[in-house]
Design a protein around this ligand. Structure first.
Ligand code: BEZ
Ligand code: FE
Length: 303
């Protein structure tokens, strides 16, 4: 056999078909499709940008570094996906949200947002109106209330509303030894009318963690790390898709420059402030609309 007839690559472009061929017997059809597409895009990217050996080595080092920097307090792998807009893209793609159109009698479904790294499973089960600001957490008191609906607009009794947020100094309790365990976290069941209600303090905006390789990337790109202030919600009810979302403080300077691209228009909350005995108090009313589906929960990004 002359070497001309052996299927070996002769040009950069001829590597890809060989790889696709090598993977073509993958029995899992979805894995086969995902890997073929990923490989095709990767090869096209490398050819388009003419990646050098030094750049490839640097990219490999970044992937090693984000893996090694991931541990009990931080998840740099998820953070990297967040900063590339990938986490938000997956959330929006799979939960596009639908608005109630009274003319079309359309079904409403809430927008989702990325989970972020700070959700913890098993937050305390609370009673309606409980305050999740524990210990000596200072801040502007905030009352949050709303209704959880199914896709037909029927209130969902006994739905679970799991909330977590950063403190007024912009740290989650698992980033900050001065806060009580499970501070600013709680799970609230809706009542017979689908209503949930809790008390807390207004969250502050905060920087995504910048001490690891992702921080180096942000600095190299002259990007600021500051997320707009928000509350996280995970809303669940049997036979409904778990809604993972965030509600952002209206008026925050960083709504249009969230480093992780989590803000969509319907997720900007309607916060109202008023004075009680001369002191500011805030209220937020926000409803959730669940779609039908399997009630599966994510794995906590950090334990
Ligand atoms: C968060 O909202 O908790 C978050 C999301 C992405 C990166 C860092 C924090
Ligand atoms: Fe957050």
């Amino acid at each position: 056999m002359s070497h001309a007839s052996i299927p070996l690559p002769t040009t950069p472009e001829s590597v890809l078909p060989l790889v696709i061929q090598a993977m073509s017997r993958t029995p899992d059809a979805r894995l086969r499709e995902l890997m073929a597409s990923l490989t095709t895009h990767l090869h096209a990217f490398i050819l388009e940008t003419q990646v050098t050996e030094e750049e490839f080595e640097r990219a490999v080092k970044f992937i090693i570094d984000i893996g090694q920097a991931t541990g009990p307090k931080t998840n740099e792998v998820i953070l990297a996906a967040d900063l590339l807009g990938v986490s938000s893209l997956v959330a929006v793609l799979n939960n596009p949200g639908r608005h109630n159109d009274p003319h079309a009698q359309d079904e409403a479904v809430s927008h989702a947002a990325l989970l972020g790294p700070f959700w913890r499973a098993n937050a305390p089960i609370c009673q309606a109106s409980d305050n999740i600001a524990r210990g000596n957490t200072q801040g502007v008191p905030l009352e949050v209330r709303g209704v959880v609906y199914d896709k037909h607009g029927k209130p969902l009794a006994h739905a679970m509303v799991d909330v977590w947020q950063a403190s007024p100094i912009g740290l989650y309790e698992n980033q900050d030894d001065t806060q009580d365990n499970m501070n600013l976290r709680g799970r609230f069941q809706t009542d017979a009318h689908g209503v949930y209600c809790f008390h807390t303090v207004r969250p502050a905006g905060y920087p995504v963690p910048t001490g690891g390789p992702c921080g180096d990337l942000l600095r190299a790109q002259l990007r600021h790390p500051n997320r707009p202030a928000h509350l996280h919600f995970m809303v669940s009810s049997p036979d409904h898709k778990v809604l993972i979302t965030q509600v952002f403080a209206d008026g925050d300077d960083n709504l249009t420059s969230d480093p992780v691209f989590g803000v969509t228009a319907p997720l900007v909350g309607d916060f109202k402030e008023h004075l009680v005995n001369g002191q500011p108090h805030a209220t937020l009313t926000h409803d959730f609309h669940l779609s039908e589906g399997e009630m599966t929960f994510p794995h906590p990004p950090i334990p």
